[in-house]
Design a protein around this ligand. Sequence first.
Ligand code: HMG
Ligand code: MG
Length: 317
Amino acid sequence: MRRPQHEPQTGMPGRVTIYEVGPRDGLQNEKTLVPVEVKAEFIRRLVAAGLDTVETTSFVAPAWVPQLADSAALLGLLGEVGRGRNRPVLVPNERGLDAALSQGAQAIAIFGSATETFARKNLNTGVEESIAMFSPVVERARAEGLWVRAYVSMCFGDPWEGDVPVDQVVDVAARIMDLGCDQLSLGDTIGTGTTGHVHRLLDALDTKGIGAERIGVHFHDTYGQALANTLAALAHGVTVVDASTGGLGGCPYAKSATGNLATEDLVWALDGLGIETGVDLEALVETSVWMAGHLGRPSPSRVVKALASSSNDASDD
Ligand code: HMG
Ligand code: MG
């Protein structure tokens, strides 16, 4: 399989942790129910391809995200592969935490919003009330020894409110992190962010005591900026990057959101920079093509398309 030429760049990290969100963010928006066995196989293949951290599913109200209503069955099917501190599940409230704990989850992600409108659309409650909802979740999760991630959505723009002031994002992020979370993931839910904005937000968070070592970045690729924004974040010291195999994804409560940064596109770029990820790109592309077959449409990932056609070129030789 074709590979990029290795040309390192100063100021970049030596290793990046890819936080794979394909099975959760990628699938949550699929209209047709994906069988639970297919989801389990998808996760097993991702892990086998070297993706160490995989967010597997969500313990949310089934009426809100019907596609992930099988979360308990999925973790039951996965057994040990679905457990551990590298297999977080989304949890909005104590009801979700109870369900996750009963399936042996050892890592959770709560998910807040920088804007009032999205908090109401996604969680049926305001920003203030949502933080109050998360507080006992984080407290209990920590008492149980769980690892806790905190997403903040709409960090770079909101489809209803437009521009989102950096100070507003920092304020919400700091309050959520103060609950006792281990990691903050900055969500560009609708993909409108650009590189200068990434630097500005990371600087502002740093000033508030939330350094790059506690931050992950979560870029949706709606405007084609996800990879550029990721590289900006890496240059700023971030080493955790969210991505979705095949570029699957979106958010059912933000129609203008499309897929996340494709994991294959990220691996290609990091490979070229000589940055270690532990991921076997060939196995990942095979998984992506396999999953696209189940979903009935090709992957939007440019790297998947290019590698598929370059392997055709090679077989013509
Ligand atoms: P609500 O309707 O206000 O909740 O929703 P409720 O307390 O009135 O409960 C309604 C029903 O749901 C009740 O059942 C509850 O028991 C049940 P009923 O009495 O009607 O039979 N229920 C639950 N069932 C299972 N698990 C639970 C749970 N909670 C309540 N945890 C709620 C409030 C927060 C539950 C709802 O709004 C919700 O589930 N929202 C989740 C939406 C979601 O998952 N969105 C996508 C993920 S966020 C995202 O994609 C962004 C991200 O990728 C970052 C980025 O891109 O920016 C993370
Ligand atoms: Mg997302």
